[in-house]
Design a protein around this ligand. Structure first.
Ligand code: SAM
Length: 279
């Protein structure tokens, strides 16, 4: 009998996506969420939290390259980076490719995510064992409040804006992020789908814009996220991520990110410009 995982991607909108599953590698209730790692026929092993696909072996490169290299190639000399969430380790793996980075702190609320990803998704999580990576298991909201003027880049690699992640989207948190950044720091967050959740994207963008002198949104095509076309928002104190000098970006062995794409990703379709009120 075929086994299918049906993700209610946007239950309120009546949208679901189904994946044919070969094997369930682990399934457990952690202190915070329902955690599963399954092996899917098309996307390979995938991390699923509360029934929502977080990352898969096949398409993780898109999300992890874009959420890290866009901000890290915008800042001229990022030395200390914080990831809030991101317990799968994919963002840390890409951050640590940057030679300027001396320390990357991971603040993940759910230690089970880290442990199970280390066990079943080593291709994504292997850099969590790098000596430059410091792991803190706890709430990112409190962690950011407790640190001032410390990080060059902060990456919010969180679950969707409900339950434990709700406070990671919005004004109060962005104000604390502003204070935790150095004087020329910047932050990036995954900010959902403008097609299905325009109100969420608009609110998050405006909240960041009220705090940061430069706020920009860019898009990337990610097959396993609702609508397949995902937004990221950057708030920056000094450097404009859409105006980087691409001749200074090295030509790395990446699969999605390129210097040209860095700039092109900020060119938005009209309906998305309308969502965030940009001309
Ligand atoms: N790439 C993913 C996506 O957009 O679906 C996100 C992946 S990562 C696994 C998300 C992580 O954020 C989860 O492991 C979750 O436990 C963590 N998280 C949620 N709320 C958090 C909070 N308040 N503080 C720290 N980590 C949090």
């Amino acid at each position: 009998m075929d086994l299918w995982l049906k993700e209610m991607q946007l239950e309120g909108e009546g949208v679901a996506m189904s994946y044919k599953i070969k094997e369930t590698l682990v399934r457990k209730k952690t202190k915070y969420q329902d955690l599963a790692i399954v092996d899917a026929e098309v996307f390979g092993r995938m991390l699923v939290l509360d029934g929502i696909v977080q990352t898969t072996i096949k398409d993780e490169f898109i999300y992890h390259e874009m959420i890290t290299h866009v901000p890290l190639f915008t800042h001229p000399n990022p030395k200390k980076v914080l990831v809030v969430g991101g317990g799968d380790g994919g963002a840390i793996r890409e951050i640590l490719r940057h030679p300027s980075v001396e320390k990357a702190v991971l603040c993940e609320i759910d230690g089970d995510v880290i442990e199970e990803c280390k066990k079943y998704l080593p291709e994504i999580s292997h850099a969590l064992d790098d000596p430059r990576c410091e792991i803190f298991v706890g709430d990112g909201i409190q962690y950011v409040k407790d640190h001032k003027n410390e990080f060059d880049v902060i990456i919010v690699d969180s679950t969707d804006p409900f339950s434990i992640a709700e406070g990671l989207f919005g004004g109060n948190f962005y104000k604390d992020i502003y204070d935790a950044l150095t004087e020329d720091g910047l932050f990036i967050a995954q900010t959902e789908t403008p097609f299905f959740l325009p109100d969420t994207v608009r609110k998050v963008f405006n909240d960041a814009k009220a705090i940061f002198p430069i706020t920009k949104l860019f898009m990337a095509g990610i097959p396993t996220y609702p609508g397949g076309y995902w937004s990221f928002t950057i708030g920056s104190k000094k450097y404009d991520p859409s105006q980087v000098d691409t001749t200074k970006i090295p030509d790395w062995d990446t699969k999605y990110y390129t210097p040209e794409l860095h700039k092109a990703a900020f060119v938005l379709p009209k309906y998305i410009k309308d969502v965030i009120g940009e001309k």
